[in-house]
Design a protein around this ligand. Sequence first.
Ligand code: FAD
Ligand code: SF4
Length: 524
Amino acid sequence: MTIGVWVLGDQLWAGQSALQSCGCSTVPPGGNRQPTPVIFIESLHHAQELPYHLQKLVLLWSAMRHFADELRQDGWDVTYKQGIDFKTPLLAWIEQHQIIELRVMTPTDRPFAKLIEQLDLPCKITLTPSNRFIWNDQDLISWANSRKRLVMEDFYREGRRRFNVLMEGDQPIAGRWNFDKENRKPPKGKLNLPEALWFQPDQMTQEVIDWVRASPEFKDSQDYWSIEPFQWGVTRQQALQVLEFFIQTRLSEFGPYQDAMVTGEQTMWHAMLSPYLNLGLLHPLEVLEAAEQAYYQNQTEWELNSVEGFVRQILGWREYMHCIYLHMGEDYPSSNYFNHTQPLPGFYFTGDTKMNCLHQVLTQVKETGYAHHIQRLMVLSNFGLIAGVSPQELQDWFHAAFVDGYDWVMQTNVIGMGQFADGGLMASKPYAASANYINNMSDYCKHCAYDRRDRTGENACPFNFFYWDFLDRHQDKLKKNHRMGQIMFNLARFSDEERQLIRDMQLDAAAQVLRRLQAVKRPG
Ligand code: FAD
Ligand code: SF4
């Protein structure tokens, strides 16, 4: 009787439940000890479902290949296959190893779980419970079912208590749960920004780069995404180095400038840990413990707002997003509260726009597949929202463009948080903003062809007229939201003439975007 394990691309650590459930060798009844068969599959069909960033493909496949090698060295019987689909290599491997039970850790992404359900393999399939998050799935579902409103702050406090993080008895350390107010400093004056930790590709990674570059399947994407310099870590060892580097050089200053954006500074004090966490190279609990321990060791010099701010990201936002994903039904990704249907502007793929904020962030995404949270939320997603872009088109773009993008984290962040397309199930108001916000939190407006102060006129910043027109277009829905009261009051003071002018500018800009969109050839 042979049990085999299929390791999925975002389950790359030895402690994952399917590997753990077998051990690296087993003794069949009456037989000798045998190494457990394990399979990894790179599916070309799956990789072509969206026009993925080339660095995302390289990161995933190189990390899989490295992890497969590590398991081999630890005594597992590893098969590594590349195929069009998943089924053909699986069938051959099952037959070769006479596998009667296939174990897979339950996939986090729903479409992948469905794909496995429909595989129709000639052996039993056992899904082992996922152990990749801090909360287990059952507890998350129970928490969500027990609430009328799924408020992140409530969830976060429950997590702090439950896992005893930064607590003194049943109270938060220093008597406060939340330091958000201290963590919104604009980037004024001279900032001493830390360096990021990047890596040179080793031979295995270089082979993947060369292969992806030469593959006709990904030819179109080469006009849009840079494949080199490829500088991401691809092993657990490197991921641990990034964690250590973050704790040593950034954590103590993480908080105050969390929302700030500076030209040419890709990462500020952000951790750059999401690609590694989402592949399974790091576990969120070890990240959390490392941050908390560093705080207690440096308590006399470090401010609590930075460490609390980081803990809030990992134990709060990340786990909460997973909770929402588990709780919401299958139709969640098609939510469209504002009925937005504009196509995604072609410049999301090229970076070619006169709007400097978008140009800067899109160019960075092209080069690295990464942008930090506020760049994603208040530049890329904000523009989509106020310009009325289809949430589903925007989500597909985010999914393709970001090295850390997966279904579970994309839907909640783009559909829910960024686009308010779920009508406010998780966000208490839409994250919509004019140039005022971007000017306050960045230096982008200083170098822009548009005037951040103008709402109308030839040089008016598009964020302004799209923003005010968004409020005007949707005032029936937005007036009901008590957090929008002041801004809707401000809108009511605009003259009819100004509203009409803003509407015309918005319509004209939207038509221009459409015209340009038709001129841009998109990948995929
Ligand atoms: P830091 O700012 O240093 O934060 C530390 C960690 O906290 C991150 O590594 C991440 O694991 C976690 N975290 C913080 N906020 C969130 C959140 N809202 N959701 C999930 N985890 C969070 N995150 C992804 O992992 N994948 C995505 O595809 C993704 N898409 C996003 C799209 C939009 C529109 C928005 C607004 C946010 C998105 N996020 C996504 C969340 C967040 O922006 C990234 O996790 C973060 O920018 C990653 O960079 P970092 O590791 O330097 O994060
Ligand atoms: Fe962006 Fe407008 Fe500022 Fe230009 S002026 S950088 S378009 S917000």
